[in-house]
Structures are given as structure tokens and as C-alpha cells.
Design a binder for this molecule. Structure first.
Ligand SMILES: [Zn+2]
Length: 462
């Protein structure tokens, strides 16, 4: 979004007003500038906000801008991850343009692009957190599309991520439009659906789904899904070749039927590792998004499918005991029998807690929260249980009850017993746990030998 005409257009201390003149604001520091306008920190109506002020030439060329913003403000933000336009504002001396105020992005949030940056600038997020990032984006786009909007221009510039929690904020919502209406932008190269690259259509809800899948592939694999052998072997990426790769002849890097654009060794070896470390269900969504979904917009993966699949795996990540490469426990394939995709050491996933269709890795120190049991409003940090090592028996782990109520537990083939608050139950394959209305089962993959799981009445280890 670099622009030739960019620069500070409003001075610090300038006053601006809401369109109805009821609220006044004062311009503060310049936060950023781009092709459409500049963003300033500002005081407005008693609070601190961000003010986006458009370049006059942009107002002139974007004929539907005011109408889009009015509608977005009237309908309100789809959810609180969107830094949504709140109110249109004007400046008494700058009648050739206008702006809007929106929530201020906290300083610690960084561009999602930095997930792919070379070290030391890279945001190092675990696989679990990267799945969490994707889930939040899918959830927010589900809300956006349910409101009848389409985003139109999904790209790296619109998403910000908290470098430790993985929380997401979505910016640049002034391109958001009513789905099906005339678009003001085509989108950003490499995120555009093939039918937009071919100029057969303009952005809509279905092209958003394609762009979202590209973003997820970048977040999880760190690469563009259509950049394979053809791109690697090209001496020069001409406009004609780009048109072919992303528009007229797009082909997925991991297409199972046509490998003519497949990975090239050693250049793509790390991508192959990342791809193989994902469970088959998740890979099958990408295979559809970038298989039949490339040319058939109605076959694209919808938000709910991403959400359901990622929810099942998000907490099921574990590291290779030798090289620490992260994997996801694949209950369908039985990952316990597999090898590390990076160093070929036999994998030994920790036991898993199965809640409904969701697996939670019970590695040492893992915390199970109320939110894991699907209580939508439960804080993610409210602990229900924590995995602890037996004080006298190293290598033996149990689940400690961190709630205020006793649990009912039944080891496989054993008697039901109670586990009081603060006490621990030994992890054993098939152990049933009931905590109030919440139920879960411990699943211990075959290869786990270090657990020395007990049985019967010996299940308690406190
Ligand atoms: Zn390894």
C-alpha cells in the first residue's frame, strides 16, 4: 500500500467533527499511511480512537466509498475482532475529503505477515496458536458473511496478531461491501481467486473463501499454495506466467492427481514436512480448496468446515521427542505408529483427552480449561485440570483436579471413584472423567510406554 501521494494531510491538534456535528475530535500522531489515506491516533468524543483520513484523489476515484462506510456503520461490526468504522467525520478546512473513526489497534499487535518473516523479525507462534489464528479468522468471516457482507480484499495487510496469545484483529474494513454489489477493488495479487485474475468476476463471498484458504495455507505451511515446480523453474516471473499460475492454469502444490506443479527438492522440502505433519482431515480441506475449489467456487471450503476440523485438532499438537518438530495427533491415521516428518524418529504422542470430537494433548503441564468443554463464554484461562508428574515416580503423569468440585472417574474395567479438588488421577487409556456436566475420556495412543498407566483402583496417584 505504498503511495506516491501519501504524507501527513492533517496537522496534530487539528479539530474534526462527526457528520452530525455532535462530537468533536482532535488529531494526534500519524500512525500509518497508504494508497487510500492516512491513519492518526486521535481523541474523539471522550475516548482515544484511530482516525482514517482519505486522500482527496482517492475519494474521487472510489465512487461507492461513502455509501459502503455508511452501510457498514449502520449495520455494526460483525464481532469485536474487526476494527470497524464507527462514525464518519469531516474537517472544516478539508472539504475535499472525509474520514472515519475506528477502534485503536493496541501497539503490541503485529502484522500477520511477520509469521512468515525471516528471523529475528518472525513471530514465533506454536502450531496450536497458528491453528487458533486460523480459527478466529474463520469465525470472524462467518459473522461477516452472515451479515451479508463480503470483505473483497483479504491479504496480509488486513490482519494483526498478538505475538504471544495469537489473538487476531482485522483492519481495513472500508473495503467491506454488500455481497453481490459492484466491487471497488479486485483484491491483492496472489490472494485473488482465479476467476478474478481472469477478470470474469469481481470479489464476492465465494472469492473471499478462496482468499481465506490461501491465507490459512500461508499461516500453516508458510507458502503460497500454487507456487510449485512451475514457479520454481521459471527464470523470470512474467505477467503472462503469473496469469497462468494464478488464473488460467492454477494447480495446487500438493495436488494428488497432477504432480506437474509439485514440490521441488530441496527447495520445497520444509513445505513437504509441514504438509505431512497436518492430519489427513485438514489436508483434505486444502486439497478441495485448491483442487475442485479452484475452478468451481461452489465447492470451496466454507468457514464452518474449517472451524469444525480445526477445533478437533487445535489442542492436539505435540513435538517430536528428538528434534521438537511439531505434529498433530491424527486419530484417524493413528499417529502413534508414525515417524517424525523431519528426523524420522518414532513418534510418541502424549495421551489425549477426548471431549466430544476434540482431542487435547495431555503433555506435562498441559492445562484443560472450561472453554475446552465448549462453554462459549468461559474464559480460556479458567483451568479445570492440569497434567502433573507423580512426585515419587518420574515419568508417571496424572490429571489434577483444579476445580472446586469432586470428579467421578472410572478407569477401564475398574470401579468408579471420586477425585477431590486438588487431587490427581493417573492417566490411563479409556479413563472416563465426569466433572459436573462435563465428560471426557483419556485416549492413550499405542506407542506410549513411558506412562506406566495403572488400572483398577490403583488409578489414583495422589
Ligand atoms: Zn523429529
Amino acid at each position: 500500500m505504498e503511495a506516491e501521494n501519501s504524507g501527513r494531510e492533517l496537522a496534530a491538534g487539528d479539530r474534526f467533527y462527526s457528520h452530525n456535528k455532535l462530537r468533536t475530535g482532535v488529531v494526534g500522531d500519524l500512525l500509518g499511511e497508504g494508497g487510500q489515506g492516512s491513519v492518526y491516533k486521535s481523541e474523539f468524543g471522550g475516548g482515544t480512537y484511530a482516525l482514517k483520513w482519505y486522500h482527496p484523489y482517492y475519494v474521487e476515484i472510489d465512487g461507492t466509498l461513502m455509501e459502503r462506510l455508511r452501510r457498514a456503520i449502520a449495520r455494526g461490526a460483525p464481532d469485536d475482532r474487526f476494527l470497524w468504522p464507527l462514525e464518519l467525520v469531516e474537517h472544516p478546512a478539508r472539504t475535499d475529503s472525509f474520514g472515519y473513526v475506528m477502534g485503536l489497534r493496541p501497539d503490541e499487535f503485529r502484522s500477520i505477515r511477520e509469521l512468515l518473516a525471516p528471523p529475528p523479525n518472525r513471530i514465533e507462534l506454536s502450531l496450536e496458536k497458528r491453528l487458533f489464528v486460523c480459527q478466529q479468522i474463520a469465525d470472524s468471516f462467518l459473522s461477516l458473511h452472515a451479515k451479508g457482507f463480503c470483505y473483497q480484499d483479504i491479504n496480509f495487510g488486513n490482519f494483526f496478531v498478538h505475538p504471544t496469545s495469537g489473538r487476531v484483529l482485522i483492519c481495513d474494513n472500508d473495503n467491506v461491501n454488500v455481497d453481490g454489489s459492484e466491487a471497488s477493488v479486485y483484491g491483492t495479487r496472489k490472494f485473488m481467486a482465479p476467476e478474478i485474475v481472469r477478470r470474469e468476476t469481481t470479489p464476492n463471498g465465494r472469492t473471499d473463501l478462496y482468499s481465506m484458504a490461501v491465507l490459512f495455507f500461508y499461516i500453516l505451511i508458510g507458502w503460497h499454495p500454487l507456487d510449485g515446480k512451475k514457479e520454481a523453474e521459471a527464470n523470470l516471473l512474467t505477467e503472462q506466467l503469473e496469469h497462468e499460475l494464478y488464473g488460467t492454469a492454477p494447480l495446487f502444490l500438493f495436488d494428488e492427481n497432477d504432480t506437474s506443479n509439485g514440490p521441488v527438492s530441496p527447495m520445497h522440502d520444509m513445505l513437504v514436512c509441514r504438509w505431512r505433519s497436518l492430519p489427513e482431515k485438514l489436508r483434505s480441506l486444502f486439497l478441495r480448496a485448491f483442487g475442485i475449489g479452484l475452478n468451481n467456487p461452489n465447492k470451496r471450503v466454507i468457514e464452518k468446515e474449517w472451524l469444525k476440523t480445526m477445533d478437533g485438532f487445535q489442542r492436539a499438537t505435540f513435538a517430536c521427542s528428538d528434534c521438537r518438530y511439531e505434529h498433530i495427533y491424527d486419530h484417524v491415521q493413528g499417529r502413534s505408529a508414525g515417524e517424525c516428518v523431519y528426523c524420522s524418529t518414532a513418534l510418541a504422542p502424549p495421551p489425549m483427552l477426548l471431549i466430544g470430537t476434540k482431542y487435547i494433548a495431555l503433555g506435562e503441564g498441559a492445562v484443560v480449561t472450561l472453554a475446552d468443554f465448549g462453554h462459549a463464554n468461559a474464559p480460556r484461562w479458567e483451568s479445570m485440570a492440569i497434567v502433573v508428574e507423580h512426585p515419587q515416580k518420574p515419568g508417571v503423569f496424572g490429571l489434577k483436579n483444579t476445580t472446586q468440585e469432586p470428579w467421578r472417574v472410572r478407569p477401564p474395567g475398574g470401579q468408579e471413584t471420586m477425585v477431590s479438588p486438588g487431587k490427581t488421577v493417573l492417566l490411563a487409556d479409556g479413563l472416563r472423567i465426569e466433572a459436573g456436566a462435563n465428560q471426557a475420556t483419556v485416549v492413550a495412543p499405542d506407542a506410549i510406554s513411558s506412562l506406566k498407566a495403572g488400572s483398577g483402583n490403583e488409578a489414583r496417584c495422589d
